[in-house]
Design a protein around this ligand. Sequence first.
Ligand SMILES: Nc1ncnc2c1ncn2[C@@H]1O[C@H](COP(=O)(O)OP(=O)(O)OP(=O)(O)O)[C@@H](O)[C@H]1O
Length: 465
Amino acid sequence: MQEYILRLCKELERQQLWDKESRLLLAVSGGADSMALLGLVQQLPPEWQPQFAVVHVHHHLREESDEEFRMVQDYCQSQGIPFFAEHWEEENHPKSNLEMAAREFRYAFFADMMEKWSASHLATAHHADDQLETILMRLVRGSTLKGISGIAMARTFGRGHLVRPLLSFQKDELYQICEMAGIPYREDSTNLELTFTRNRYRNSIIPLLKAENNQASRHFGNFSEDLQDVLTVVQPIVAQSFRSLFNKVEADWLLDLTGWQACDDSLQRLVLSHFVTEQMIPAGQDFRRSQLTAIMDLIENQSPQKQISLAGGWQARKRYDKLTFLSPDSVRIDFSDFSEVLELNKWVTLPSHGRIGLFHGDNAFSKELPMNAQIVGIKDELALMPFTVRSRRMGDKIVLNKDQPFTKKVSRLFVDKKIPDEERRKACIVTDGEGRILWVPGYAQSVWLSENDKEQTRYRLIYIK
Ligand SMILES: Nc1ncnc2c1ncn2[C@@H]1O[C@H](COP(=O)(O)OP(=O)(O)OP(=O)(O)O)[C@@H](O)[C@H]1O
């Protein structure tokens, strides 16, 4: 045990994670990892032991959660360690993206507790095997440079710092620490329940890598540190270019493309990566590299006016020599003046959500469309090119019903269908060359559209939400 404690002290010194004046919150789930962290911190020599308390989130996801909660609580009570817990009640669980929501809830509580307890540091028990999995998963699915550098040993969080003192410890060693120090733990089932992809890596892929070289996780850890070192050194140069090229306008960011073109290609990519990881996505979350490529493509695209949707509700809008990154809040408002002509065989990304396209009437590629694709045929003889997709405007009217056509205000249509306000704002309108409203995708079809999408028409419109 002494050997492990010394190792932790060395790590604290090397990385300057905390000192005895710090106030430390330990995130303890009840698994071997975080219980080992707690055990180690308890046994730190006085020069490295800060004041500490335990924070725990009861997720109410599994029956065992109760047992874990009680075990951590009882252990803290018996050791005289302050213990703070929060419940994520079942009625607050979302239907999808449970893992992400659980994580957000957890970290919001941790940040809140840092305020309340005046903590300077929060420590989680991420270890070398977590690091290996994270880097591998991010490399495989495509991530930014910062993303593939893995879990950082320390970063700013809440009113202080989030630290991971066990990143150089292997999972097996954490089990050993619990056994040696007689610390109770429950099998880490949080992940088993929540992260299916991670589990595939953990159970199938990582064992193969470790069979190849049992020091694999240590080597990934070294790689992570090396890459983070490189990024730290390069960072000031990139940040300086970023400041000279990007301007913040309220919640949005403006990029001057003239200055951008004068910049070296490699620096462009680094600056963009810096922008998305530092400004667009919440700290600690990963960003797909394909998003970076999409932005580069938009910049280099011949067309002077174009816009694309990005992760997290952001939009990139190109207007000649300016590229605006619209924040999710601005996107909601900005949709009010959106208008784009539909070109044959091309998708237009809608600022609110989804995409819409104009295609030939044959059913050639219907098979490749997602299940939620909505397809309508345009009656050949009636609607006139060019077709446009735009946001709603005051006074928009649509002609409904084939047998007895009648005109209806689009706003009335939403009222009748009891569509919530935020949905109404996102709705789009397709018009023909005469400005007649053909379609309000998802809500109403005019008499200019065929009743049946199987009917032969020259053109079809496809909307994918
Ligand atoms: N319910 C919980 N209560 C307190 N701390 C927790 C809880 N769940 C996880 N933690 C902390 O977070 C660490 C990482 O846990 P886990 O791997 O389950 O989370 P994760 O979602 O993968 O983390 P991250 O998204 O931060 O990488 C644990 O070792 C522990 O310190």
